[in-house]
Ligand binder design. Structure first.
Ligand SMILES: NC(=O)c1ccc[n+]([C@@H]2O[C@H](COP(=O)([O-])OP(=O)(O)OC[C@H]3O[C@@H](n4cnc5c(N)ncnc54)[C@H](O)[C@@H]3O)[C@@H](O)[C@H]2O)c1
Ligand SMILES: [Zn+2]
Length: 672
């Protein structure tokens, strides 16, 4: 096989794999830009070597989002993709080409072109009959898609019944289902809370949500939709722009940024303007779309097997901003770890203003080679948290000194120690360093811990500085009069804090263990510990060996637990919590209902399930003594697989000889 032929096969195989990760799993492994570059390379090779062309190549086909669990419906008109480019010149060339092909020779004036936002969500086709929504279908493979009508009906901005008049008896309207930034942030916060993998961007979240089996969850997620194309035998107007304005009158959301243009200059100006304005939009966009306005002209230009010739997408490069470093602050966390944070001149990035970005640790500061007042590149593309990706060294001031990591704790002045084998520096002054003490108070009242409402980040510091709460047990001696004496706490807040403190007395023991801020004891470990020991006295009395014997508790955690309870003040705190009425043992029913059927087993959950939710399966695994893991390795005991398990995962399980079982076999295994 020639090397060209080999490369062609390689690219097709890669692109097919990325299509599946992107459209079906909603978890892309590479950036859109990288994907588009692979696609362009394949297109070029196929054009230059037509003998290797193949109608099944990803260059000729629309990536498919078809998933199991939905009925499939054939599209009356195929749903295609769009040709795309990252270059303004290529957009200009496309306008010229359209004019040439349409025989427009008026020189300066172009045939009318409509410019629109390219909303970054997932495409949808809606069918209306007699003014009512009858069906909603995803793009699927372009020929047929998944019927998601029930889910789409929960989207409030989609009219179930049309307004106004003059709409065709039967028509199709196409648009993009999106998840606005706000809803996206909320969803990811919730997922972080539940320790579920975060969605990389709103597109994946929107696509994933639309394919959920439970419409009531879909309705809560806050999807929205914008529409951009109308198809019918009885369209009201002969051009795209006016048809969309009519659709708006019938109740569809059509972006007011849609613009009618008549020259290349206007097109270029539109690109310049929208690349800035889009950053203020409430939803994600990944580019612009240009369309020939006149429907007869659209028809004349026609289609390739994959996209219309009368439209082109201009894609924005990954969002990156250049901004000046004001200073690096060093922030001490509740465990004493010192994190360097870049404080920046405020800059707008993917819809939010970025002022700060974590530099994580000393090694990263060194690798980037950051100097004082450097101009830094900040990126957000696809990722949620802003990241410093580089330095514009040309813009560096001559006498700028490199940023040095502090050697003393910025708060208490204690000499920092570097944790062996890690890049982190730590302030060892656990019981006298203000941010560590306040951090532990904040952690204690947090939603995942004792959930004491009314004490936010600010109030924790306030209570500490006023001398009212020096350690976590002090919350239980707070009096209304103490709180009301504080300048910034009104009677309402005081009441809420006291009620929150009272309610926290029924928070279960495992969360109490988590609330103590024992190093390395996160939510999951706390649960294991609490269930493993049953009550606090057993925990206090345990030796290192006994602790290590508990499933998933390693020597590092065991040492941290023992060290924690060796400190006299910690023991006193525990006693005071007990006296206050905080839960110090697991409830009886929780001790039962558990088994060790899955003890020693590491299980990976993958795919979509129909009998129980993924969360429920995770819980069942834990209750029966098993361990959940996210990735398949030699240590995996088996994979609990639902529908649509990714082919890469399946292949990995096969190659490692890891058994794959389905949900009913699993339920039988645990005796359900
Ligand atoms: N990162 C990855 O692994 C990966 C894998 C597959 C695809 N992708 C990305 O997806 C792209 C291909 O996806 P695609 O075929 O859906 O194409 P696309 O998203 O580039 O463009 C076509 C889609 O744009 C949407 N759209 C939004 N606003 C529109 C408007 N105003 N008018 C018309 N359409 C509008 C429609 O849903 C339409 O289907 C690739 O170019 C790549 O960037 C990435
Ligand atoms: Zn300190």
């Amino acid at each position: 096989m020639s090397s060209v032929e080999q490369r062609i096969y390689e690219l097709r195989e890669q692109l097919d794999r990325h299509n599946h990760a992107y459209y079906v799993n909603n978890a892309p492994e590479i950036s859109d830009y990288e994907y588009d570059m692979l696609m362009k390379e394949l297109e070029k090779l196929e054009t230059e070597n037509p003998e290797f062309d193949d109608p099944l190549s990803p260059t000729h086909r629309v990536g498919s989002d078809i998933t199991k669990g939905f009925e499939q419906v054939v599209h009356q008109h195929p749903m295609l993709s769009l040709g795309n480019t990252y270059s303004v010149e290529e957009v200009d060339d496309w306008v010229r080409r359209c004019n040439d092909l349409l025989g427009n020779s008026s020189g300066l004036k172009s045939v009318p072109i409509v410019g629109e936002m390219k909303f970054d969500g997932t495409s949808i086709s809606l069918i209306y009959e007699k003014g009512r929504l009858v069906r909603a279908v995803t793009r699927g493979d372009g020929e047929k898609g998944d019927d998601v009508t029930e889910n789409v009906k929960t989207i409030r901005s989609i009219p179930l019944k049309l307004r106004g008049e003059g709409y065709p008896d039967k028509f199709e309207i196409r648009g993009e289902i999106v998840l606005p930034w706000k809803a996206f942030d909320r969803l990811n916060e919730e997922r972080a809370f539940n320790e579920e993998p975060l969605f990389a961007n709103p597109r994946n979240a929107a696509a994933g949500t639309l394919k959920m089996q439970n419409s009531s969850i879909v309705s809560r997620r806050g999807l929205d939709a914008y529409f951009y194309y109308l198809i019918s035998d009885q369209l009201p107007c002969d051009n795209h722009y006016d048809n969309m304005l009519r659709a708006k009158e019938w109740g569809f959301k059509v972006s007011s940024l849609m613009t009618l243009m008549n020259s290349i200059e206007e097109v270029d100006e539109f690109i310049r303007r929208l690349d800035i304005e889009r950053k203020e939009l409430p939803v994600a966009t990944d580019g612009l779309v240009f369309k020939v306005n006149n429907l007869r002209q659209q028809l004349n230009l026609g289609y390739t097997s994959k996209s219309p010739r009368w439209a082109i997408a201009y894609k924005f490069a990954a969002e990156r901003a250049l901004t000046r470093l004001r200073f690096v602050s060093f922030e001490v966390g509740r465990m004493g770890i010192v994190t360097p944070v870049a404080n920046l001149e405020p800059v707008l990035l993917s819809g939010t203003i970025v002022k700060r970005a974590s530099l994580h640790n000393e090694d990263i500061v060194k690798t980037l080679g950051i100097h004082e007042h450097d101009m830094l590149y900040v990126e957000k593309g696809g990722e949620i948290i802003p990241k410093i990706t580089g330095v514009d060294t040309a813009a560096r001031e001559n006498d700028a000194a490199p940023v040095r990591f502090v050697t003393l704790c910025p708060d208490c002045g204690t000499a920092l120690i570097r944790i062996p084998g890690e890049a982190a520096w730590q302030c060892p002054n656990k019981y006298g360093c203000r941010p560590q003490l306040i951090g532990r108070l904040e952690h204690f009242v947090g939603r995942h811990a004792m959930d004491i409402e009314g004490v936010g980040e600010e109030n924790a510091a306030l209570l500490y500085d006023a001398g009212l709460v020096k350690d976590i047990a002090d919350f239980y001696t707070l009096k209304a009069s103490d709180l009301e004496a504080l300048e910034r706490v009104g009677p309402r807040t005081a009441q809420r804090i006291l009620e929150g403190v009272e309610a926290s007395k029924s928070v279960p023991f495992d969360r109490v263990v988590y609330s103590l801020s024992i190093p390395f004891v996160g939510e999951t470990v706390a649960r294991k510990l609490a269930r493993g020991v049953g009550d606090i006295d057993t925990l206090l009395a345990m030796s290192r060996e006994e602790l290590v014997a508990i499933d998933d508790i390693g020597p590092k955690i065991a040492d941290a637990v023992i060290e924690y309870f060796c400190v006299h003040s910690n023991r006193t705190i525990v006693e005071r919590l007990r006296e206050a009425g905080v839960q110090m043992e697991m409830p009886e029913e929780d001790k039962s209902g558990h088994s060790d059927i899955l003890a020693g087993k590491t299980i990976v959950i993958s795919g979509v399930f129909s009998l129980h939710s993924r969360e429920e399966y995770k819980e069942m695994i834990e209750k029966n003594g098993g361990k959940n893991s996210g990735s398949i390795s030699k240590k995996t005991s088996f994979v609990l697989a639902g529908d649509n398990m990714g082919p890469a995962k399946l292949e990995k399980a096969r190659s490692l000889g890891v058994p794959v079982i389905d949900e009913s076999a699993f339920l039988e295994m645990i005796g359900k």
